[in-house]
Ligand binder design. Structure first.
Ligand SMILES: Cc1ncc(COP(=O)(O)O)c(C=O)c1O
Ligand SMILES: [Zn+2]
Length: 443
C-alpha cells in the first residue's frame, strides 16, 4: 500500500488503488502546518536518461507512476503524460521537455570564479505558460488523470472544476494545462493583473474572478477566495504544497535535471539561491536535493539560500524568530522537533502586513505558504534567507539579460539578484559552483 506522510504533523494516509489521491492532511485546518507528500521507494540515480520529458525521465519519483505500477499498468502513466504533453504542444507550440543547464562564463568571471567553479543557470523560461510553474501543475494534472483512469467510474461523473489563485505565471500555466485536458478552471486574480495575462487567460477559457482587498481581512484576497472555492468542492490545482502536496512532486524535476547535469559535468554545487514567493518552488528544490543525497548523486548538501524582496519578506521574519528562540539547536532538529515548529506556525508565519511594489512582482506573496520546508532546508545546510533591496533586484535582472541574452523577468532572475546580494556580504570562493534558476520569461 502506498502512503502519504504529512510533513507538518506526521500523520500517515493511505492512497486508494483508484480515484483521486488525498491532497490534504486529514488534520489540516487546525491552525498548524500540513503538507502531504508520498512516501515512495528510493528512485533511480539519474532517472531514465533516454527520456527528454521530465515526468517520464523521473517517473519513479511520482505517486501516479507507482499507483499505475501497483495496478499492473505502468503504461497508463506513460500514455497520460505523452498525450497531455502532445496536447499542450499543439496548443502553445512549446513542450514540457527537460530544459538546459548552462555555465555562464561571463557571470562566472563577474563573480571571480575560476575554471574549477562557475555560475550555473537553469533556464526554465521557454516553457508552456512562460515559466517553471507548469512543472508543478503538469504533475498535479497527471495525478488527477491517473486516479480517474484507474477508477471504474466514468471520468465525467467525477469531474469537478479546478481552482487556482495567482497574479500571473501560475494562472497561465494552469490555464494551458486545464485547456489541454479539457477541464474547467476557476482563476482568482488581483485587480492589477497584467492585461496581456488576463487576455490569454480568457483565450484559454479560464473562468476569471478579480479579487479586491477587503477591509479588515488579512492575507491575499485571491488566495482567500481560492480557499472558499475549494471548500465549495473545487480541486486545488495550485502551487501551494499546503493546499495540494502533490504540486511539489512535479516541481522537483527542475532541480533533479540540474543536479544530474552538474554531476555529468563533474561539478558539486556549493550553494543554490532560489527565489521565493509562496515557497513551492524552493520546497520542490529541497526535495530534489534530499533525494539526490539519498541516492548518492550528491555527496554533500549545497548551502540553500532563499531570495525575497524588501517589499515582502515573511520567510526572513519567520527564520529570524526561530533563530532567536532556538539558536544553533535549529541546525540539528529532528522530524519530531519540526512537527513542534509546525504546530506553532502562528508564532512564525503570518501574512505580511503592508505589501509594497517590486519589479519582481511574481514573488510578492503575502505569506510563504511552504515556509516549513524552506526553514528546514536552510537550517540543515548552513544557508539563510536573503532579503533583496529593489536596486539589487533590478541590477540582477540587467546583469542576467546582458550576460546571457536570455529574456528573463525580474521575478525569474531574483535568485541571481540574491547571489549578487550574498556575494557582497560573503564573497564566493574562486572554485565554487553555484546554481541559480531562471524561472520566468520577460513579457
Ligand atoms: C517566474 C517565477 N519564479 C519564481 C516564483 C516563485 O515560486 P513560489 O511561489 O513557488 O515560491 C514565481 C511565483 O509566482 C514565478 O512566477
Ligand atoms: Zn498534517
Amino acid at each position: 500500500m502506498i502512503l502519504l506522510r504529512c510533513q507538518g504533523c506526521g500523520k500517515k494516509v493511505s492512497v486508494p488503488a483508484a480515484g483521486a489521491a488525498p491532497v490534504l492532511c486529514p488534520q489540516s485546518g487546525n491552525g498548524r502546518d500540513h503538507v502531504l507528500l508520498p512516501e515512495l521507494p528510493l528512485p533511480s540515480l539519474r532517472g531514465d536518461e533516454k527520456e527528454s520529458q521530465p515526468l517520464l525521465r523521473f517517473a519513479d519519483r511520482m505517486l501516479a507512476f507507482h499507483r499505475c505500477a501497483a495496478a499492473g499498468h505502468p503504461e497508463i502513466y506513460q500514455e497520460i503524460v505523452r498525450t497531455l504533453d502532445a496536447r499542450i504542444t499543439a496548443l502553445t507550440g512549446q513542450s514540457f521537455a527537460c530544459t538546459p543547464l548552462v555555465r555562464s562564463d561571463s557571470l562566472s568571471q563577474y563573480f571571480g570564479l575560476d575554471s574549477r567553479g562557475g555560475v550555473w543557470l537553469k533556464d526554465d523560461t521557454q516553457r508552456p505558460g512562460g515559466s517553471h510553474k507548469g512543472r508543478h501543475l503538469f504533475g498535479t494534472m497527471v495525478e488527477l488523470l491517473v486516479g480517474e483512469s484507474l477508477s471504474s467510474s466514468h471520468p465525467s461523473a467525477v469531474q469537478k472544476p479546478l481552482a487556482i489563485a495567482s497574479c500571473g505565471n501560475a494562472a497561465l500555466a494552469a490555464a494551458v494545462i486545464a485547456r489541454a485536458a479539457e477541464r474547467p478552471l476557476l482563476v482568482f486574480i488581483p485587480a492589477d493583473a497584467e492585461p496581456s495575462v488576463v487576455l490569454r487567460l480568457r483565450e484559454l477559457q479560464a473562468e476569471i474572478t478579480v479579487c479586491h482587498r477587503r477591509e479588515g481581512e488579512s492575507g491575499d484576497p485571491c488566495y482567500l477566495r481560492f480557499l472558499e472555492s475549494v471548500r465549495a468542492g473545487a480541486v486545488p490545482f495550485c502551487c501551494q504544497g499546503t493546499d495540494n502536496g502533490l504540486t511539489i512532486e512535479g516541481g522537483q524535476t527542475l532541480l533533479a535535471e540540474a543536479l544530474c547535469e552538474l554531476e555529468a559535468a563533474a561539478r558539486t554545487p556549493s550553494r543554490i539561491v532560489v527565489q521565493v514567493g509562496g515557497g513551492a518552488l524552493a520546497s520542490a528544490c529541497s526535495l530534489a536535493i534530499e533525494t539526490a543525497l539519498s541516492t548518492g548523486l550528491l555527496s554533500s548538501r549545497p548551502r540553500f539560500y532563499t531570495a525575497q524582496t524588501t517589499a515582502v519578506a515573511p520567510l526572513h521574519r519567520a527564520y529570524q524568530r526561530l533563530r532567536t528562540e532556538l539558536g544553533d539547536a535549529l541546525d540539528s532538529f529532528t522530524e519530531q522537533d519540526w512537527y513542534q515548529v509546525a504546530a506553532e506556525k502562528h508564532r512564525y508565519m503570518w501574512p505580511w502586513e503592508r505589501v509594497s511594489a517590486s519589479a519582481a512582482h511574481g514573488i510578492l506573496d503575502d505569506e510563504t505558504y511552504d515556509w516549513l520546508a524552506l526553514v528546514k532546508a536552510m537550517a540543515r545546510s548552513g544557508g539563510r534567507p536573503l532579503v533583496i533591496p529593489e536596486e539589487t533586484i533590478l541590477a540582477g535582472n540587467a546583469l542576467a539579460k546582458d550576460a546571457t541574452g536570455i529574456a528573463v523577468s525580474a521575478t525569474g532572475s531574483a535568485g541571481l539578484a540574491g547571489l549578487l546580494h550574498l556575494h557582497k556580504e560573503e564573497p564566493l570562493q574562486p572554485d565554487e559552483n553555484v546554481l541559480c534558476l531562471f524561472t520566468g520569461v520577460m513579457r
